[in-house]
Design a protein. Structure first.
Lengths: 388, 474
């Protein structure tokens, strides 16, 4: 099953590049032929010269990052990007979500849709689309939200996953909270799943776990790519019967709370964030003898889901990215409550004074649009807060 | 990549502009060793091969033939522009980029704005359009002028309106030189206030620079240069006032001060011209630093002012550079941002500086800097890997800060002292198209601007509670 990746904006392009690098090297080092074949099929197609070409569409409103990516990949000798799989303009979105969503998105819609269509048609079996972007800037966030909407219209039954990179809390862009709120509110209606990496958290991983002294964005992106790769590479479930063809995106995230109340107001005390669903992926040595019962403890989950329904586990005996044993946990839980609440809070404070709003209204995003987005996210926060 | 066009108006505007082009060539020569016409060069220069047909414009990638500045030079006297055309920079401009007259504006804003503004409207538009046509993707106009005279102030602001009318999508960044208190032009308060209104209404960003601050910085450096203390000898060509290494000859009066402003422009555009790990495009400056349309006055500060020559003395620590950027001695207007209120702040770093250095210094300095309640983390940062000539790293800070209020209030006071007595008013009212209402509207505009800063200042001492969030029915 194949995945088509859409890389949007500077961050999206840089992180996705690292992802292809990781999965390619992991696949080529794998000792199991079936794993290698499935992984290559998932992320690459072979051109007439027998080279691995990424199933990717690169989009940015300014050319520097894409140009750098294309030449880096070609230089690696192991894989490359398609020669005409990219689209860029001369002038960026200026950190302005409205500029990305209302101006650049619609203006270049046809070209981008065509590039995606070409990649999708090249797939024998499409698992789905993964869009990679940041939420703080103008292109990844604004153009990314617009493109996701277009793709949802064209491929209504395909899985669409958005991988989002959240910015450092202390900021590198002053209007990042506005851009993030607008992006999340829009994606929430469109995406099947939103996978999140926060720069602050990844930065901590680099300094505390990996002991890197002078952390650069390359270090951060490598960690993100490693984690994402470990989710998307082939794995087996109990019903796979040894065949690595499970759809990596077909995670059943659809959870409907029971109708009617009678739920008590949540006491969110207790040391765990309540989860809706957890996916544990084990790779490498001794995967089949690993004891994972702890993940099925009902205390972890919301009361209206049994842990049998809420917990899934995938395994692969093939070691990932040179780690003898590795485990990845993808969690749909209250863990994201604090960061999301902080972000919405800061954006709301700024909005209360109407600072910077004129920069957005001049491109077509009104105060009403902002209010709608805030309302949408407050509802999400409320739903998660009341899980028990 | 995008291009920018510099429009220099009046004596001061052209003298500063001249220093800018000289230092820009010096900077590119330092970086561009192969003599190729690259994207960085193309942001401010065209490459022209006079042997080719159709104007001979050459695209990016070939060898440098003849560099022409993307500039329009306007002056109502011939002296300064003629000097430029006879000097070593003459090759950089061609006659179609120039507009001069002979009699000057007599330090009269109305003469510049109304009389010359109307007479030369079409010609100015024509030259601007030509400059724009030479650009693949024009992103920004840089206007350089002084506030106190007649041409730069009056005609300069007329050009600003024309830019807004004709190229509404293109960013307008204005560098305005404000007069010192002891300015020898008696009517400079009138000219400045009349111009201020235009800046408030038609510019995207204004970088105010006060002559007195430039004088102070120059004295500081010269004091340092002449001190014989070991370990304090300044490295040649490394000061922010030095024009050494450029193609112009011996320094003229005002060159030292003008070099500071030229360096400001070089640093603000560095991230758009050269690469770095965290690029900051020109359109991101307005987006991040202008929370309300009229409050677009950004106080610049440049560090370091010089590099010490003695290599055995350790390079002034990186952290010192960040601290200096917030000290009142480094601001280009006489103001103390640390004791006023920050609305937003941009740090544009050049040279060998990492993200971790940036974060560390922001965290260190942040507690002592008062930020407005709704923008507690209001930092916009950029990292450009190419340092300026003579330094290993440098920092330009742009602060949207209420510390501009005293400067504006002083201007208002000087204006009122004259206006109350109707002193010299007749010179202005005699000009065709000029009316007294211009004066009253201009001072009203300035007062209202001061009020807005005042309101923000008032929030400084108060503890503003977080705005109550939307509540969702459960």
């Amino acid at each position: 099953m194949s995945v088509v990746t859409l890389q949007l904006g500077q961050c999206g392009n840089q992180v996705a590049h690292q992802l292809f690098h990781v999965v390619c090297s992991d696949a080529q080092n794998a000792h199991k032929k079936t794993y290698r074949a499935e992984s290559c099929e998932r992320f690459f197609h072979q051109n007439t010269h027998g080279e691995l070409v990424a199933r990717a569409v690169l989009v940015d409103m300014e050319p520097k990052v894409i140009n750098h990516s294309l030449s880096e990949a070609a230089r690696s000798g192991r894989w490359r990007y398609g020669e005409s799989s990219h689209f860029s303009q001369k002038q960026g979105s200026g950190n302005n979500w409205a500029n990305g969503y209302c101006v650049h998105g619609p203006r270049h819609r046809d070209v981008v849709e065509e590039l995606v269509r070409r990649e999708v048609e090249r797939c024998d079996r499409l698992a789905g689309l993964v869009a990679m972007m940041s939420v703080a800037g103008g292109t990844g966030s604004g153009v990314g939200a617009y493109v996701t909407q277009c793709l949802r219209d064209i491929y209504p039954t395909s899985f669409i996953i958005n991988h989002l990179t959240w910015p450092y809390g202390t900021g590198e862009v002053i209007v990042q909270n506005y851009n993030s709120v607008l992006t999340l509110a829009h994606l929430y209606q469109l995406s099947d799943a939103i996978l999140v990496h926060e720069n602050d958290t990844v930065h901590r991983i680099c300094s505390q776990l990996l002991n890197i002294k002078h952390i650069s964005f390359s270090d951060v992106n490598r960690v993100i790519a490693h984690q994402l790769g470990s989710v998307l590479q082939p794995a087996l479930t109990t019903d796979s019967h040894g065949v690595y063809s499970r759809n990596p995106l077909g995670i059943d995230w659809q959870v409907r709370p029971p109708g009617g109340s009678g739920r008590s107001m949540g006491l969110t005390g207790g040391s765990f964030n309540t989860s809706l669903a957890n996916l544990l992926i084990l790779r490498g040595k001794d995967v089949y003898s690993a004891e994972t019962g702890g993940f099925e403890d009902p205390a972890l989950y919301t009361s209206w889901l049994s842990s049998k329904e809420a917990f899934n586990s995938w395994k692969s005996p093939v070691p990932f990215n040179k780690y003898e044993k590795s485990a990845t946990l993808v969690s749909n839980s209250q863990a994201l409550l604090r960061p999301l609440d902080d972000m919405v809070g800061k954006a709301w404070n700024m909005f209360a004074s109407r600072a910077y709003i004129h920069q957005y209204t001049k491109y077509g995003i009104s105060e009403e649009d902002f209010l709608d987005s805030f309302t949408s996210l407050e509802q999400v926060l409320s739903s998660y807060r009341h899980l028990c | 990549m995008t291009q920018s066009v510099v429009v220099q108006v009046g004596q001061c505007g052209n003298q500063v502009g001249c220093r800018f082009w000289d230092l820009a060539l010096r900077e590119h020569a330092y970086v561009n060793k192969k003599g190729l016409y690259d994207e960085a060069l193309s942001s401010f220069f065209r490459n022209v091969d006079s042997r080719k047909s159709a104007g001979g414009a050459c695209g990016v990638g070939g060898r440098i033939q003849h560099l022409k500045a993307r500039a329009v030079l306007v002056d109502m006297e011939e002296g300064v522009v003629n000097e430029i055309l006879q000097g070593p920079l003459r090759e950089v401009f061609d006659s179609t980029q120039l507009l001069t007259d002979v009699s000057g504006s007599g330090n009269n804003w109305a003469a510049g704005h109304m009389t010359y503004g109307s007479a030369y409207r079409e010609q100015i538009l024509d030259k601007l359009r030509k400059a724009a046509e030479h650009c693949d993707c024009l992103q920004c106009f840089f206007l350089i002028h002084s506030m106190g005279g007649g041409t730069g102030s009056g005609l300069g602001t007329r050009v600003l309106s024309l830019l807004e009318e004709e190229f509404p999508e293109v960013c307008r960044i204005v560098t305005s030189i404000y007069p010192s208190a002891e300015d020898d032009v008696i009517t400079s308060p009138y000219n400045s206030v009349l111009a201020m209104r235009e800046l408030t209404e038609h510019a995207d960003c204004v970088l105010p620079v006060e002559n007195q601050s430039l004088v102070d910085i120059v004295s500081k450096i010269q004091l340092m240069s002449h001190s014989a203390k070991p370990g304090s000898v300044i490295k040649r060509d490394s000061t922010v006032i030095s024009g050494q290494g450029g193609i112009s000859g011996p320094e003229k009066p005002f060159d030292a001060m003008n070099n500071i402003v030229a360096n400001l422009l070089l640093n603000i555009t560095s991230s758009a011209r050269f690469e770095g790990s965290l690029n900051m495009d020109l359109n991101e400056i307005a987006m991040n630093l202008v929370p309300f349309p009229r409050l677009h006055y950004l106080v610049p500060s440049l560090t370091p002012l010089y590099t010490l020559a003695d290599v055995s003395v350790p390079t002034r620590r990186l952290d010192q550079m960040f601290s200096d950027a917030f000290s009142k001695d480094h601001q280009l207007i006489r103001a103390d941002p640390k004791h006023s209120l920050y609305l937003a702040c941009a740090l544009m770093v050049r040279g060998n500086v990492q993200v971790s250095d940036l974060r560390r210094n922001i965290e260190r300095l942040r507690p002592s800097l008062p930020f407005v309640s709704w923008n507690q983390e209001g930092w916009k940062t950029g990292l450009c890997s190419v340092p300026p000539v003579g330094h290993s790293h440098s920092l330009l800070a742009l602060a949207n800060n209420t510390c501009v209020k005293p400067t504006f209030m002083e201007l208002r006071e000087h204006f009122t002292r004259l206006y109350r007595k109707k002193a010299h008013l007749h010179h202005y009212l005699h000009v065709e198209g000029m009316e007294q209402s211009f004066f009253s509207e201009a001072i009203a505009s300035l007062s209202s601007l001061i009020e807005e800063y005042h309101h923000l200042d008032a929030t400084k001492a108060r503890l503003i509670p977080d705005a109550p969030r939307l509540s969702i029915a459960t």
